[in-house]
Design a binder for this molecule. Structure first.
Ligand SMILES: [Zn+2]
Length: 214
């Protein structure tokens, strides 16, 4: 069951207080509408009834998708003991457990895991796209504003590298990335039970650590 409660906000614009709903837990199997509200960002959009201004409010959230077998912890903080208590049994039956510090990562993670794609592969593919973008002199590292997973169709992943005025789309066969990962298997090992954060910073830290040890 999804769990929500009312909280009091102070509007950052007019300073007046008002009440709004936040969720502690979402079960998308029972509340598919809430899944859509997460992906659109509406769940986190707050509208002040006094001055009518809108703002985004990210709150800690446990997001459970039973059909696709994953649980996301949306928070800047590490998971607490209640979440870690259920992590081993969930991991044992094949659930992917992840922590997402930002809303952007949270939404992308939902899309990746709903597609049934290994998100470690996605981050490796995104990193490769970034390197290729630079190597092809399409722009410098500083030009890149984001690297975004789009979708996977017939075993081919589409990734967009965005830069200020120019971007580039990449189509990457999953089999190719799987091969690359197999060559360096222990580098990509993660502890699923600890709700690891698998994002761009994570993959960069892997290569930096590997370079540091060499
Ligand atoms: Zn207001």
């Amino acid at each position: 069951m999804s769990k929500s409660r009312l909280v009091t906000y102070a509007c950052p614009y007019c300073g007046k207080d008002f009440e709004a709903t936040i969720y502690d837990m979402i079960n998308v199997e029972e509340d598919p509408d809430l899944r859509d509200a997460c992906v659109s960002g509406d769940l986190f959009r707050v509208s002040c009834p006094h001055c009518k201004k809108e703002f985004m409010n990210q709150f800690p959230l446990v997001y459970i998708d039973k059909p696709h077998r994953f649980v996301l912890w949306l928070s800047n903080d590490l998971p607490g003991s209640s979440l870690l208590q259920i992590s081993k049994p969930l991991s044992d039956i094949g659930y992917t457990l992840r922590r997402c510090p930002t809303l952007h990562e949270f939404v992308e993670k939902i899309e990746i895991l709903e597609d049934g794609v290994n998100d470690v592969l996605v981050e490796l593919a995104k990193y490769d796209c970034f390197i290729e973008f630079i190597d092809n002199k399409k722009g410098t590292a500083e030009d890149v504003t984001s690297i975004e997973y789009q979708h996977t169709t017939n075993g081919v992943m589409k990734i967009n590298v965005r830069a200020d005025d120019k971007g580039m789309s990449f189509h990457i066969p999953i089999a190719m990335i799987e091969e690359e990962m197999a060559e360096n298997e222990e580098l990509f090992e993660i502890d699923n039970e600890r709700f690891p954060t698998i994002n761009g910073d994570w993959i960069i830290s892997l290569y930096q650590d590997a370079a540091g040890e060499a």
